[in-house]
Design a protein around this ligand. Structure first.
Ligand SMILES: [Zn+2]
Length: 370
């Protein structure tokens, strides 16, 4: 039923939009050229040529600045998603900042540089899942272990499945996290915000959550964040898409949901931009069509394999039904080695992924610019 109501609602809204657009065009007809200038710009395929990078400690700021002022413009990239997370000296909750983090003045400077270069700079705070990686626990759960989704864990599965989550039914989490998000939005003067939310494997285990379907728990987290970011702050929200994809698409259990979260796709607002990441070569990427058919704008994202990036961009262009907005290059290496490597110096790196990442970012920039 919900699916029917949403489909009907969307259909009706498109019809109204079309009627309003016709009326507007008729009203503005005598000043045709002006009307074209004033009309809201429709997002076209490859409008968003983006790169996703991870903020390191404060000492990596010069490399982020170099990315904004030099390398992104040279590559024709116009969006940068900066995963900040705990790497920020939060004033509202200083206990959840990593040591030696950037501060609000640093963020304002980055925002100004980005604006000068015509680049949209989007801060990211990793929400719900991925609160740890291996033995490393992020600053939020180190400071507030009571926020963790705890309970039974299936120890027969690989340890990385135990990426820690916060409890989506604990209201105390949001009393802290909304403050952090507000600080980032203000410091970066952001009009878009990325909430992460990929690879959430630990759900539904604590007494508050047990018995509720994972899709509902996941959707609740998305809706709570949307209520604050879009509802309260009027800022665009974006997130990774893997938990919204059914296991039947042929994707692996990292890039699609094999843990029953995928039905959340029908329980969340469709004005969220979904970053649909896939890193391997596949004949087809059905999720790009699927998420658009659900009403979302889709921002396909690849990683370090040139052939996969070429194929993803080609298939996304083929399958664009008007809501595919570009290509987002993920990097997953430290910004302090990524940026010199993009400029031609790979000697500083200890990552085996770096050469592939650099080649893939360049290929994507070239293809997206066509
Ligand atoms: Zn819980």
């Amino acid at each position: 039923m919900l699916r029917f109501i949403k489909a009907y609602g969307r259909g009706r809204s498109r019809l109204l939009d079309a009627l309003l657009a016709c009326m507007l065009m008729a009203l503005l007809a005598p000043t045709g050229a002006r009307a074209q200038e004033d009309a809201p710009r429709q997002e076209t395929a490859m409008e968003r040529r983006g790169i996703h990078v991870m903020m390191g400690s404060r000492s990596s700021l010069p490399q982020v600045e170099r990315l904004i002022t030099e390398l992104a413009p040279a590559l024709g990239l116009n969006w940068i998603v900066l995963e900040v997370g705990g790497q920020f000296a939060y004033q509202s909750h200083p206990e959840v900042a990593e040591p030696d983090s950037m501060n609000a003045d640093d963020a304002r400077r980055l925002a100004r540089l980005a604006r000068e270069k015509g680049i949209r700079l989007v801060p990211e705070y990793q929400c719900l899942g991925h609160q740890s990686w291996g033995e490393d626990i992020g600053a939020l759960l180190r400071a507030h272990p009571e926020f963790e989704e705890t309970g039974e864990t299936d120890t027969s599965r690989p340890r990385r499945d135990h990426l820690r989550s916060w409890c989506p039914n604990n209201p105390e989490v949001y009393r802290v996290v909304f403050d952090l998000i507000d600080e980032l939005i203000e410091a970066f003067e952001a009009d878009a915000f990325h909430v992460g939310m990929d690879e959430v494997f630990v759900l539904g285990r604590c007494p508050r959550c047990k018995g509720t379907r994972n899709a509902k728990l996941y959707a609740k987290a998305v809706n709570d964040l949307h209520g604050h970011i879009v509802g309260e702050r009027g800022v665009e929200m974006m997130m990774w898409g893997d938990r919204l994809l059914p296991p039947t698409f042929g994707y692996n259990r990292w890039e699609s949901s094999h843990n029953d979260t995928w039905a959340a796709v029908d329980l969340i607002p469709t004005d969220i931009v979904i970053c649909d990441w896939h890193y391997g070569v596949m004949e087809d990427y059905p999720s790009v069509r699927y998420l658009q058919s659900k009403g979302f704008r889709v921002w396909p994202a690849g990683w370090d394999e040139e052939a996969a990036v070429r194929q993803l961009i080609e298939m996304s262009r083929r399958d664009n039904s008007g809501r595919m907005v570009g290509y987002l290059a993920t990097t997953w290496v430290g910004v302090e080695t990524l940026v010199p490597a993009l400029a031609g110096d790979e000697t500083a790196s200890d990552s085996r992924h770096l050469p592939g990442v650099v080649a893939a970012v360049k290929v994507a920039a070239e293809l997206a610019g066509e």
